[in-house]
Structure formats: C-alpha cells, structure tokens
Design a protein around this ligand. Structure first.
Ligand SMILES: [Zn+2]
Length: 342
C-alpha cells in the first residue's frame, strides 16, 4: 500500500502570527510523523504552484489578482477572521498545487492514496472571497482539475465547519457529489439539510448538520446511514476529503466530541468506500484543526488507516466533557427522506 504525502516548507511562510491557524499546526504534524517513524512509511510528493488557469477553474481572475496584490502590499486582514502575509500568495499557490499534485499522483497510480499537508486551508474560499482562514479552495481546485480525467468525484468534508466555498463551487454540477458533516448552526451559517444542489445537480449536495456535542457514535451513525449509501449510489471514480480535525473534542473552536479513534473510524469507512467504488483512489487535503496535539495525533491516525496499520494510538482518549448531544435519529430520518434513501 503506497501512501503519499505532500509537504513543503513554503507552507510555513504563510505567516499569520498568533492566529489560531498558524505555522505550529504543520510543524506539530511533521515532527510527530518523524518522531513516530511513520514518515518513513510514506512516499513524498513534491508540490508545485497552481497555475492561474488552474485557480481560475474555481476563482474569478479579479479575486486571484486581489490576493496577489494584497501580498505585494505586505499582507493584512482580508476579513475579520482571515489574515495573510507577504508570502501568503505563494504559499496559497503551493497549497492548491499540492492538492493537485496529490490528486495527480493518485490518478496516475504513483500512489494508492495521498494526503496534502498544506496551509492555508481552502474549503471556505468562494469564487470571489477569502474567508474562514482560506484563500484558495484547494480541494475544489483539485476536483475541477481531476474532472478533466474522470466523470464523477465525491468530496467528503468532515471539518467541523461547513465548506461553503466547496458547496458553492459545485452547487449546479452533477459530476461532483459534496457531502459535509458539520456543527450547525455555526460558522459560516450555511449547510442546512435543505441545501441540496440546483438544476441537474439537485441531490448532489448532501448536508449533515449536526448538533454541538456530537461525538464518535453520532459520526459513525451518519457515516454508515447516510454517507455510505449516498456514495454507493453515486459511484465516484475518485474521492477527495476536506480533512478538518477541529471536530476533535479538545479543539477549542467548536463543540464536537470526536476522538482520534473516532477520526480513524471515519477514515476506515471512507477508505472502504474508495476501495469498493473507485480502485482505492483517495486524496485527503488538510483543512482545520487547532489543538495541535489532537491535530498531529489525528493526522497520524489517518495515515495509519490509509497504510493499513492496525494499531491506532489515541494519546488524548475519549472526551472529557460530559454534555451529550441531543438524539440525532430524527435528523437522520429527515436527511434520508430529502435524499430518497431507504
Ligand atoms: Zn473548520
């Protein structure tokens, strides 16, 4: 089993200072992969900058220029949450290019699966707006890139936030099935069950808005009862994952209670889908995750599952919080009805 990873020090040049989305996230991941010896089991994939033509598959050219010019002026705040430095444009080009190269390596059979360890993250970036720490939508760009080589792509987004930018990019595109699990109501406000796509793409957006407090059991339920049957019906040829680990219980940005073990369980289900439906072709791209200990352990667990390693370490254990999520059976039933699942 060949598992690739994309990383480059240029991702540390997106300097956000003391912002929660900072260089320490990737530093923690890479040092944990080295210290545990896991890195030696992986195949490095070299990123490159995405071209303007590739970025334009998702973003307006005027917006791309706006980010380039903001970097030339030394960076600054793009909205209340999103900050950039003078090197952020270059880092963002390599983040999108990293997701593309991971996808390319999987598509051409160089590796079985891959994980792009990139920043800035991408799933909130819209066609013409930076938001939620995101500049360019790495996964959406990689998906559009891959559509030149295949017909049906599934994007699974388990970041705790709804990937509004990704949803928007494919809202009217029946070739891309977007499934998101997220805390709701929550930032950025989108992601209700009623948002299902438009025109011929009606049904190709599947939102699973979960109540705060949801943990391993709830995620396993919605993966088994919604994600798996919707994916099997769609029959993707490639699966991309917006891998956000801010769903972990120790993450302070949100209220979910997923453990490292819970992430491993989700990744197992996703890998099972890829093996069954699309020759194993599976690409992860890093989105959120702000408790760096939980992040590093969860990314390692993800690689362990992709490699077929059976011993998954969970140094943080199960949630320390006592609040239970409200029952989600009515929600699952409603989503099944909306998407005509038995
Ligand atoms: Zn997030």
């Amino acid at each position: 089993m060949k598992v690739g990873f994309v990383y480059d020090p240029i991702y540390l040049k997106h300097d956000t200072g003391q912002h929660v989305e900072n260089v320490r996230r990737l530093e923690a991941i890479t040092s944990h992969l080295e210290q545990t010896g896991l890195k030696q089991q992986l195949t490095p994939i070299k990123p490159r900058p995405a071209t303007i033509a590739e970025l334009s598959l998702v973003h307006r050219e005027q917006y791309i220029l706006h980010i380039q010019e903001a970097a030339q002026r030394g960076g600054g705040w793009l909205d209340m949450d999103t900050v950039m430095s003078s090197d952020s444009y270059d880092a963002a080009l390599y983040a999108a290019g990293g997701a593309i190269e991971a996808t390319e390596a999987v598509m051409n059979g160089e590796v079985n699966s891959a994980f792009a360890l990139v920043r800035p993250p991408g799933h909130h970036a819209t066609t013409q707006r930076a938001m939620g720490f995101c500049l360019f939508n790495n996964v959406a760009i990689a998906a559009k890139y891959a559509l030149a080589k295949c017909e049906r792509i599934l994007i699974i987004d388990f970041d705790v936030h709804h990937g509004n930018g990704t949803q928007e990019a494919f809202y009217d595109n029946p070739q891309v099935l977007y499934i998101s699990t997220h805390q709701y109501p929550f930032y950025p406000g989108t992601g209700s069950t009623e948002e299902t796509g438009s025109g011929t793409a009606k049904g190709a957006t599947v939102n699973i808005p979960l109540p705060g407090g949801s943990g391993d059991a709830e995620y396993q339920q919605v993966f088994e009862q919604i994600v798996v049957p919707v994916a099997k019906r769609f029959k993707p040829q490639l699966i991309l994952v917006s891998a956000g680990y801010d769903t972990h219980w120790a993450d302070e940005l949100a209220l979910m209670q997923v453990s490292v073990t819970g992430f491993a369980q989700m990744v197992k289900i996703i890998k099972g889908l890829a093996d069954e439906l699309c020759g194993g072709r599976l690409v992860f791209s890093l989105e959120g995750g702000y408790n760096i200990t939980a992040l590093a352990a969860s990314v390692k667990a993800t690689f362990d599952v992709l490699l077929g390693n059976t011993n998954i370490e969970d140094p943080l254990g199960q949630t320390r919080y006592q609040f239970a999520a409200p029952g989600i059976a009515p929600l699952i039933k409603a989503i099944k009805e909306i998407h005509s699942l038995r």
